[in-house]
Design a protein around this ligand. Structure first.
Ligand SMILES: [Zn+2]
Ligand SMILES: [Zn+2]
Length: 70
């Protein structure tokens, strides 16, 4: 998974790949002690439940209409 845009905005927490600001999938990771911290995943890892514990709660990446930013 290589971003076609060369500008690296963040590193994927799962595979370490550089992602640009349009590829990066923002996620809040819960640690289990009530703390959450922000993380970025590449599009591949964002929906991989083995990488992203929140993947199951994400909408499937079919179409782009469902993506919400809050
Ligand atoms: Zn990744
Ligand atoms: Zn990109």
């Amino acid at each position: 998974m290589t971003c076609r845009v060369k500008a690296v905005f963040a590193l994927c927490l799962g595979c370490g790949a550089g992602v640009c600001d349009s590829c990066a999938q923002f996620e809040l990771i819960g640690s289990g002690c009530g703390c959450v911290w922000p993380a970025y995943y590449c599009p591949k890892c964002a929906w991989d439940p083995y990488v992203n514990p929140n993947a199951a709660f994400r909408d499937p990446p079919k179409g782009r209409a469902g993506i919400t930013s809050r």
